[in-house]
Every structure is written in structure tokens, then in C-alpha cells.
Write a protein that binds this ligand. Structure first.
Ligand code: KG4
Ligand code: ZN
Length: 369
């Protein structure tokens, strides 16, 4: 693909799950500047059903996407003709939800005569950590410095409601999946266990707050797949184990033990994620990876951030976690990945795109006809 010299100004759109998000980002001298960003969450809608109904998610996206895009364009001080491209998440995610973002992107690209940069949702998460800068706390609306060229090869753990995946990057936009979940994603397990404990959807962050008051050693839940010999994960058995524990506890004592169950479950997930990531580092010889990245909604979890920090310290590898405000779904991360995709010439015409619910990060363009 051709290399692009011009520094791009990009409108980025994200609708893969239950957040409608848009952002305007601009490449500056070895940095990405966020000119404007907004997220509209559908959590209140999905709380009523205790989970996401894809068609309901799509309907919500339709309702808010246009004013959201108008808002970021206005706040970003950009007219359509001043953009270099429109970036949009094309997968993985819920197909009806993805379609809303793609339709908006295609329509605007057609009207403004601009190319589209298709972005894989997972590469967006990875770039939110890659651009976070070691140890620097960056606000969500900010300047993000490019990583050093010697950041590669690197290892990234993306943990979200839909995915748990260990990815190796040999260079920008070059991904190899080393392991992923065979069933539930880590965030999904958090949400399901939170529900068992009577917390409202999506319970991940509330479960972690409850866990602060609990004793992680009071229950010894299993650490799934630690001896599987590969880098895959599985969280559905652990969730079932917690379910039997909850069912086996009478309701009077359950109230007193909820925090202990939450702490025990969180500890089991964190330890599993940390030990598997450590195995991935060891397998390649610890000198091999220059950087470890942690991203995705579950990366907001303080116990996980702490566990990964301790392990990376022992393994002597620098760790960069996505800023807490950018762990959950947002469009800044899509804009961040899009700037690098632009630099490599990943541009397409509005006619040549479709969404792909199961799009692999290894081939972000596999859905182009
Ligand atoms: O990345 P994300 O916003 O959406 C997907 O791409 O799936 O991740 C959302 C997930 C939800 O499952 C949510 O419960 C979980 O991230 N999550 C957390 C925390 N904050 C969000 N899980 C554990 N601890 C948290 N603090
Ligand atoms: Zn996500």
C-alpha cells in the first residue's frame, strides 16, 4: 500500500456494541491530537433487559449518531471538506450495531467525497494503550505521543466484554493472535457473576467495588486453563463455579458473603490473566518483547492493573495500560488506530465495505470485497 505523507484529520465513528462514539483527531508532529470526542452510552436501556439485545442497540445508535457526529465536528472546529478521511469500526461486534456506524460513515464519505479508513475494534483498544505513554496520566481529550520505534515487537492483552485475547505485534498494524477465550470473555464473566450477586448490568465495575470490601481468600475458585499448555482462556466454568457457590449459600448469609465471593472471583480472573500473560512473555524469551500493553473495558479494573504491574516488574518489561477513561469503548481509540492505518495507505471507497461481526484482528481488511 502507498505511504501517505500528509498529516490526516480524521472523523472516527464507533458503534460496535452499546456505546455510540465519535471523535475528531488530527496527526501532529509525532503525536495525535484529539480535537473533540463524545460517547453516548446505552447502559440504561440494556439494564432493563439485563443484557444487550442487538436490535435494541442498533435502534439506540440510530437515534443518537447524527447529533453526536455534528457535535464533535462543531467542537472540533472542522467542516467535512477539511477532513482527510472518515474512520469507522467495521468489526468485530454486533452486526446490526456495526451497520449503523458504517452506514453513517459511508454516507458522510459519499457526501464529502472522502475515503474511509476501516478499523478493527480490537486494534482500536490496542492503540489506546500503545499511545498512552509509559506511566503518564493523560486526560481523554489530549495529545498522545507516538510510541518509540523500538516498541516492537510487543505483547498486548485485550480484555473486554466481548474479547479476551493475547496479541503479538511485530510492527504497526501487524498482529498475530497467540491465544483467546474459548467461551466467555473476561468482561462477560464479570457481568454474569455481578448479576448472580444482584448487581445491575453491566456489573463489572460494581463487582470490583464490592470486591474491595471482601477477602479474596475466603473462597478458593479455580484458575482456569493455567495448565492447558497453550495461551487460550476459558471463563465459563469459573462462572458456573460461582453460580453453584451462590446457590449453595442461603440468602441470609449470602448478603454477608457477597463481597468475599466478588473478591474471590475477581482474584481468580486476575491471576489467570496475569499468569497467562506471563507465560506468553516467557515463551518468547523475556528479552523478545519490548513492551506489554493492557487494554479493553476490563483493563479499568484496579486489581488487574496492579497484578499486571507487579508481574511486568518481575519480568522486567515496561507496561503501558490504556488510560482508565479510554478502557471502555470510545472513538478516540478508533481515531488513534486510523492515523496509523492512514499512514500505511489503508483507505477505501465508500462502496467497498461491509461489517463483519467476527472480524479477526489478524486481517483487519478481510471484509473488503
Ligand atoms: O471494551 P468494552 O467497553 O466493550 C467491549 O468491547 O466489550 O468492555 C466492557 C466490559 C464489560 O464487560 C464491563 O463490565 C467490563 O468491561 N468492565 C470491568 C470494569 N469496568 C468495565 N470489568 C471489571 N472491572 C472493572 N472495573
Ligand atoms: Zn471494546
Amino acid at each position: 500500500m502507498e505511504q501517505k505523507a500528509e498529516r490526516p484529520v480524521v472523523l472516527a465513528i464507533e458503534t460496535s456494541c452499546d456505546e455510540t462514539a465519535a471523535a475528531v483527531v488530527e496527526e501532529k508532529e509525532k503525536a495525535i491530537s484529539v480535537l473533540a470526542a463524545a460517547v453516548a452510552s446505552q447502559v440504561d436501556v440494556h439494564r432493563l433487559t439485563g443484557g444487550i439485545v442487538p436490535e435494541a442497540a442498533a435502534r439506540e445508535h440510530v437515534g443518537v449518531i447524527r447529533p453526536l457526529i455534528e457535535k464533535v465536528m462543531r467542537h472540533g472546529g472542522k467542516k467535512g471538506r477539511e477532513l482527510s478521511a472518515v474512520a469507522v469500526t467495521v468489526g468485530p461486534g454486533l452486526a446490526p450495531a456495526l451497520s449503523v456506524g458504517l452506514t453513517a460513515a459511508r454516507t458522510l464519505a459519499f457526501i464529502w467525497k472522502k475515503p474511509i479508513i476501516p478499523v478493527n475494534h480490537l486494534e482500536g483498544h490496542v492503540y489506546s494503550a500503545l499511545l498512552a505513554g509509559a506511566g503518564k496520566a493523560q486526560s481523554p481529550i489530549s495529545n498522545f505521543q507516538f510510541p518509540n520505534d523500538d516498541a516492537f515487537p510487543l505483547l498486548a492483552l485485550v480484555v473486554s466484554g466481548g474479547h479476551t485475547v493475547l496479541v503479538e505485534m511485530a510492527g504497526h498494524l501487524q498482529y498475530k493472535v497467540l491465544g483467546s477465550t474459548r467461551d466467555d470473555a473476561a468482561g462477560e464473566a464479570f457481568d454474569k457473576v455481578a448479576r448472580l450477586l444482584g448487581l445491575p448490568y453491566p456489573g463489572g465495575s460494581q463487582l470490583s467495588q464490592l470486591a474491595r470490601r471482601g477477602d479474596p481468600r475466603a473462597f478458593s475458585f479455580s484458575r482456569p486453563m493455567l495448565r492447558s499448555g497453550d495461551l487460550d482462556f476459558s471463563f465459563s466454568g469459573l462462572k458456573t463455579e460461582v453460580m453453584y457457590t451462590v446457590r449453595g449459600t442461603d440468602s441470609a448469609s449470602l448478603k454477608a458473603r457477597r463481597a468475599d465471593i466478588a473478591a474471590g472471583f475477581q482474584q481468580a480472573v486476575v491471576e489467570t490473566l496475569v499468569r497467562k500473560t506471563e507465560s506468553a512473555l516467557r515463551r518468547s524469551g523475556k528479552k523478545r518483547y519490548r513492551l506489554l500493553l493492557l487494554a479493553g473495558g476490563v483493563a479499568a479494573n484496579e486489581a488487574l492493573r496492579g497484578g499486571m504491574k507487579a508481574m511486568s516488574g518481575e519480568m522486567n518489561i515496561p507496561l503501558q495500560s490504556a488510560p482508565p477513561a479510554l478502557c471502555g469503548d470510545n472513538a478516540i481509540m478508533i481515531g488513534q488506530a486510523a492515523v496509523f492505518a492512514w499512514r500505511q495507505g489503508r483507505l477505501t471507497d465508500w462502496r467497498r465495505l461491509d461489517v463483519s461481526a467476527r472480524l479477526s484482528i489478524e486481517n483487519p481488511l478481510s471484509n473488503l470485497s
